[in-house]
Design a protein around this ligand. Structure first.
Ligand code: IMP
Ligand code: MG
Length: 177
């Protein structure tokens, strides 16, 4: 149940939709005439992936990876492990990594380097939210829905200890601890 004293709405479903559409429009322009492979990062990116892929007009394949870096903690542990790999061969393909939020950049740096080693024709990163001020390692992020302050957010795929991913809007926690 939503603890309304602690959960404050940060982005409404309409604002999220507008951000997703803006990204899709740009991707449709940039990849016109090309085929792409979207690689979503489980579990957080599921809703963003579902909405984004519906607005992409190019021929598209969809893959998922699962990485662990946070576990149940709320700050990045610094160690990233691959729990589930992609099935597709991405050699010579146009790859777009789909993430819902970037914090330190560690998770994406690990994934980006790993996928790049498989020889894609191109590889770019798409994120709905970017906590740019929290970046510890540099990652090239091409498409950003919204740059945000350092706040702990839940909803629209984002979780607090595995809860609240199902919320259609995004909330911040007034008292995260
Ligand atoms: P990074 O490796 O530090 O960039 O962490 C990225 C991952 O941490 C994201 O894919 C999310 O799963 C998780 N994460 C970062 N910030 C938040 C947040 O505010 N709420 C929920 N999960 C977050
Ligand atoms: Mg994630």
């Amino acid at each position: 149940m939503l603890d309304e004293k602690n959960f404050t709405k940060y982005l409404s479903r309409h604002e999220i939709e507008a951000a997703v559409q803006a990204i899709a429009t740009q991707i449709n322009l940039d990849y016109k005439g090309k085929e792409i492979i979207l690689i979503g990062v489980l579990k957080g990116a599921i809703l963003f992936m579902a909405d984004l892929m519906r607005s992409i007009e190019c021929p598209t394949e969809v893959e998922f990876v699962r990485l662990s870096s946070y576990g149940k903690a709320r700050t990045s542990s610094g160690t990233v492990t691959l729990l589930k790999d992609i099935q597709a061969d991405i050699y010579n393909k146009h790859v777009l990594i789909v993430e819902e939020i970037i914090d330190s950049g560690r998770t994406l740096k690990f994934l980006y380097e790993r996928l790049k080693a498989a020889g894609p024709a191109s590889i770019e990163i798409v994120t709905l939210l970017d906590k740019a001020s929290k970046r510890i390692v540099d990652v090239p992020v091409k498409y950003i829905g919204k740059t945000i302050d350092d706040q702990f957010l839940v909803g629209y795929g984002l979780d607090l200890e595995e809860h609240s991913r199902n919320l259609a809007d995004i909330y911040y926690l007034k008292y995260p601890n």
